[in-house]
Design a protein. Structure first.
Length: 334
């Protein structure tokens, strides 16, 4: 056990002790254990935030040994649904938050999950990949932001994630505008693939980032007794704002779908032009091919073979048939 506790120092990304009206104080795991061992009355209104790196296997072992976390939290870490949600489990708030990497380039592999467990005294967050929203929260605490409760810290995280999603929607809108300009200019090369990839990423973002309404409704109806009313209102407001961004994401997907349909119509129109041109060429070449086949036979009795103007007569006949074929081909073009 001592090996696990010592190795877990590398699994802790950051740890802070926070209190209303005071800046966060950075601590390590040994200090965190000492703080947890104190009487809650001795710590007053202070609360603890521990942020772990799940790529280190000792992180989960340390949490199981030293933190009073509900089983649902560890189940979510292993095999739970990855959809964004906040639910109540044994008077603990378990939040599953999907976020994007720092340098998000609209690649589905750059979407990862953050797991958060919130109690009255302790907020525990864990992730396997560096994520933008939780890093913004950590930087805010380092810069001296004050938080009055662990739920307020969670609300700040949700607001940060909403800001990140707004930025993603703006960048995606700029890309769609650029693709639409290329479509209007007739430049379809590479645009169809870019649009399809962008739509796939946005669909996955919406599927993962859209909060589960059922879990939030149950939480708002029967919240844990230690959650303050104003924190619950802020959580509701953050979720509603988040839902508005998800609607903008859905509208952008519909716009992409319309652009894809327009591209498909233009490609179909180009294909029809190509088929028509090929058909006209085939029809115009049909008379001369027939005549060449007939007069090219190496048999006796070929007409005009001995006539001094046989070639001219044959050329006139082929020209007449070609003119008639061209008239038949183009008379119903409009």
């Amino acid at each position: 056990m001592s090996y696990v506790l010592g190795a877990a120092d590398n699994a802790l990304i950051c740890g802070f002790v926070l209190a209303p009206g005071h800046k966060g104080r950075a601590i390590g795991l040994s200090e965190a254990m000492a703080w947890l061992a104190q009487d809650p009355q001795a710590t007053g209104q202070e609360f603890l935030w521990l942020h772990f790196n799940l790529t280190d296997t000792s992180a989960e072992k340390w949490m199981q040994l030293n933190l009073s976390l509900p089983p649902e939290f560890f189940e979510a870490l292993r095999e739970g649904s990855r959809s964004t949600r906040i639910e109540d489990a044994s008077d603990n708030l378990i939040a599953v938050v999907n976020d994007v990497a720092f340098e998000f380039s609209f690649d589905p592999s750059q979407i990862a999950t953050l797991w958060v467990n919130v109690s009255e005294r302790v907020l525990v967050s864990a992730r396997a990949h560096p994520l933008r929203s939780i890093d913004r929260l950590r930087q805010a605490v380092k810069d001296g932001a004050c938080f009055s409760s662990s739920v307020e810290l969670l609300n700040h995280l949700m607001n940060d994630q909403g800001d990140v999603l707004v930025r993603i929607v703006r960048e995606a809108t700029l890309q769609v505008d650029h693709i639409e300009d290329g479509l209007l200019g007739g430049r379809l090369q590479k645009k169809r693939g870019e649009l399809g990839q962008l739509r796939r990423v946005l669909v996955r973002l919406q599927r993962l980032l859209a909060p589960e309404p059922g879990a939030l409704f149950r939480l708002l109806r029967q919240p844990p007794p230690w959650v303050a009313a104003h924190d619950l209102d802020e959580l509701r407001q953050a979720t509603e704002e988040f839902s508005l961004v998800i609607r903008d994401l859905s509208a952008l997907q519909e716009r992409i779908k319309l652009l894809q349909e327009e591209m498909a119509a233009q490609v179909g129109e180009q294909t029809n032009r190509s088929v028509f041109t090929l058909t006209v060429v085939t029809v115009l070449a049909l008379p001369i091919n027939i005549m060449a086949g007939m007069f090219g036979m190496n048999v006796g009795g070929i007409p005009l073979s001995d006539h001094p103007h046989g070639f001219a007569i044959l050329a006139v006949v082929v020209l007449c048939f070609t003119v008639v074929a061209a008239w038949l081909a183009f008379r119903k073009k409009d």
